[in-house]
Design a binder for this molecule. Structure first.
Ligand SMILES: C[S@@+](CC[C@H](N)C(=O)[O-])C[C@H]1O[C@@H](n2cnc3c(N)ncnc32)[C@H](O)[C@@H]1O
Length: 318
């Protein structure tokens, strides 16, 4: 593939967002996701807004937890994803419980104080201003309503059987590139967002913020969909010409994950560890005036601590 391609992009130009890719990712973690949603103890017969719902993969999981009288509104900016979500729900047991609408997440097509839960999976990584976005969603929640955000954090990802020095170089290069890529015309991405969500939610005025961490561990032999997922991730790490990675490292990475005869994913000692985050917070309407003031002067350096990258990566790979 050409290294500067946007891989698996959706119609909105976000990489790793095509519905085919999202379906593979979903299948590869289906059991983990069921567990995550169960642990959130969603309100029976509640109204859930699934923000950035994509192709609607979480809808049946949410519907199962809120019961047949509960309702889900999925919103997304991607028309293509919404079409797929609609098609997917047609004729299913949860069809009458869901509807999908095109809208940006900071301007929801619902009444204020109407949602029991706003749920968002794998979206916060694309928010250039997450505190502002979370604060904008708060007023749509009923008093005591919750925002639940699920996302990745590649700071805790590691591949067993792959040279740690190579992993460190690839991860660090991607992390540095994510700080620069917007200036080069790409959409914002932070693949290290999971561990920052608690701070973002607190800054946005939520209280009782609770962090749930889900370690995901897979070893050889890999299920086909997890193998496809990992190969996509490996490809994504070196896409967009990986400007902060040496050619030597890029070629080694490519040969480790894409060699036809010697692919690491087929080795018996291969494993992958990653950690996903689910963070829940209760909207605190009393905090609204303070939040407005805060947002007016909000200058957050999301990237402070860059000099600690090497240390963090070293510990995650240990
Ligand atoms: C990685 S996909 C996740 C889809 C789904 N939640 C899942 O986990 O399968 C991210 C989705 O967020 C949507 N999205 C990104 N920014 C958004 C915004 N500002 N408002 C609404 N949707 C957004 C994208 O179009 C995409 O469908």
């Amino acid at each position: 593939m050409a290294v500067n391609e946007l891989i698996h992009a959706n119609d909105y130009g976000l990489p790793l967002n095509s519905f085919v890719w999202l379906e593979t990712h979903h299948q590869s973690k289906a059991d983990d996701r069921i567990k995550m949603i169960k642990q959130m103890a969603l309100p029976w017969e509640g109204f859930i807004v699934d923000v950035g719902c994509g192709p609607g993969l979480w809808s049946p999981l949410l519907a199962q937890e809120i019961g047949p009288k509960g309702h889900i509104l999925g919103i997304d900016i991607s028309e293509e994803s919404l079409n797929i979500a609609n098609q997917r729900s047609q004729g299913t047991w949860y069809q009458d419980q869901v509807e999908y609408q095109q809208a940006p997440l900071d301007s929801l097509p619902i009444e204020q104080s109407s949602a029991d839960v706003i749920f968002s999976a794998n979206v916060s990584q694309y928010l250039a201003k997450p505190v502002e976005a979370f604060a904008a969603m708060g007023p749509y929640l009923k008093p005591g309503g919750r925002l639940i955000v699920k996302d990745i954090d590649f700071g805790e990802m590691s591949f067993g059987g792959v040279d740690p020095e190579l992993q460190k170089a690839v991860f660090l290069a991607r992390r540095r590139w994510e700080k620069r890529r917007v200036q080069c015309g790409y959409q914002y991405e932070d693949s290290w967002v999971g561990s920052k969500l608690k701070r973002y939610m607190c800054d946005a005025g939520y209280s009782n913020v609770v962090v749930y961490k889900y370690p995901i561990y897979r070893r050889a032999p890999l299920a086909p969909e997890y193998r496809t997922y990992l190969q996509g991730i490996a490809e994504w790490f070196i896409c967009e010409e990986a400007p902060y990675l040496s050619i030597e490292h890029r070629e080694r990475w490519r040969s480790v994950f894409f060699s036809l005869r010697n692919c690491i994913l087929d080795c018996s000692d291969f494993f992958c560890r990653e950690v996903e985050y689910m963070v829940s917070g209760v909207w605190n309407a009393q905090a609204q005036p303070c939040i407005n003031n805060l947002l007016a002067g909000h200058t957050q350096d999301r990237y402070s601590g860059l000099s600690q990258d090497s240390e963090m990566l070293a510990s995650s790979l240990a």
